[in-house]
Design a protein around this ligand. Structure first.
Ligand SMILES: [Zn+2]
Length: 417
């Protein structure tokens, strides 16, 4: 059986970058390649009920080792990587016995993981750090989670003395483009609680996430040959630039906020004179915050409509996911047992709100409480992304302990089963 590191290195070498413009499921064929590999590995490991859906979702069951009816729990990770940075031809580099200081990435001299900007590194001297070569992302988001889940399942499979209930493994596609749970059948998971393994560093539990909307601003102008453009051209590119300049410069952006503050983040523009489009993510821990952000975009649009009556300016928002806080609280054991598992694994757990969403945000809203656990991710979505093997190993240990703790519980209370 491969080691945790071998698994991780194999998974990151498969290009699974998601494509938000694709309408197919999964959005890119590489995701299916990884899903097929995982389904095969699950079978080889002796897991049962292994299924690979047409849309790339893999599910498998690690059967219970306890004789009573312990609740079924699920471990979830996503196989896709972010569209923001290339995931093609990832060349992972293993920096064994990290000596401290900056980590230059050999594929691109401009890409250096700077120690002063990456304070977490200071605690990891002597550890094994894995990076890309700087030309792509690494894909630890979320292949660290995939590898951790597979390694934990294998550990429980080979050490059958650890008592645990049924555990469902779930690997999803297209989480990074907000479609992670589109083809996940909650009844098919059949668990009372799920955990996504998609968190930063070690020892964190996220039971609260942003609420999130997508906004698309479309400016429709008028184009003709510039030689006869006088009085005719209405330049959508310039009007869109005005729109973007109308956003606050010193606040309400990811680059100027932290903690519990929300933001409006334009992340892509495209188009030409006749029509131009900007895409925004809206993020806030409270839904009222999202409403206010959409109103702000609408008020910029109203001002520009008055200034440019021949242009058409549309603002369309759509929901992406919602804060999981209330849904997770409905199963108090979800967080309590995760905290206990971390303590058993030698960590002091920290409950942190996550400035993002996970597959768990959507699963929780569908009725399956799904907090998120640390799995050694750092600087996701970027060429400077890295992970720490020891943090991943700790995450495996946390899952093994968590399995044991849930294995002591009973479906419907003691005495049944
Ligand atoms: Zn992720």
């Amino acid at each position: 059986m491969p080691t945790l590191l071998e698994r991780f290195l194999a998974y990151v070498r498969i290009d699974t970058q998601a494509d938000e413009h694709s309408r197919s499921s999964p959005s890119t064929p590489g995701q299916l390649d990884l899903s097929r590999l995982l389904a095969r590995e699950c079978r080889e490991m002796g897991l049962v009920d292994v299924t690979l859906g047409e849309q790339g979702v893999v599910m498998a069951t690690l059967p219970a080792t306890v004789p009573w009816a312990a609740p079924t729990i699920a471990w979830v990770a996503h196989v896709d990587t972010s569209p923001e940075t290339s995931g093609r031809d990832v060349k992972p580099i293993v920096h064994a016995d990290y000596r401290g200081g900056d980590i230059p990435l050999p594929g691109d001299p401009t890409k250096v993981i700077r120690a002063p900007e990456t304070p977490e590194l200071a605690c990891l001297v002597g550890c094994t750090i894995v990076t890309s070569d700087g030309t792509t992302l690494l894909g630890a988001d979320d292949k660290a989670g995939v590898a951790v889940i597979m390694a934990a399942a294998e550990r429980l499979r080979t050490r059958r003395e650890i008592p645990h209930g049924p555990i469902r493994l779930v690997f999803t596609c297209d989480e990074e483009v907000g479609r992670g749970t589109e083809h996940v059948d909650l009844g098919g998971i059949g668990a009372v609680v799920a955990y996504t393994l998609d968190g930063g560093g070690a020892g964190e539990i996220n039971a609260e996430t942003f609420s999130a909307d997508l906004a698309v601003v479309t400016v429709t102008g008028v184009n003709t040959h510039p030689s006869v453009g006088k009085g005719v051209i209405v330049n959508a590119v310039k009007i869109l630039a005005e729109f973007l300049a109308g956003l606050p410069q010193d606040r309400l952006s990811p680059e100027t906020t932290c903690g519990r503050e929300g933001f409006i983040h334009p992340y892509a523009v495209s188009g030409g004179v006749a029509s131009a489009e900007a895409r925004f993510i809206l993020r806030d821990f409270e839904e009222e915050g999202l409403v206010a952000q959409a109103a702000r975009l609408e008020s910029i649009a109203a001002r520009l409509r008055a200034a440019h009556p021949k242009a058409r300016i549309d603002v369309a928002t759509s929901p992406q996911y919602r804060n999981m806080r209330d849904g997770v609280a409905r199963e108090p054991r979800a967080v309590r047992l995760a905290e206990e598992a971390m303590r058993q694994a030698g960590l002091e757990p920290r409950l942190e709100p996550i400035r993002g969403g996970t597959d768990g945000s959507l699963l929780t809203s569908l009725g399956l409480p799904t907090p998120n656990l640390s799995t050694g991710e750092h600087s996701p979505h970027s060429p400077l992304e890295w992970t720490c093997l020891e943090e991943m190993e700790t995450a495996v240990e946390v899952l093994v302990k968590l399995a044991g703790l849930w294995g002591r519980e009973r479906v419907g209370g003691a005495g049944e089963g």
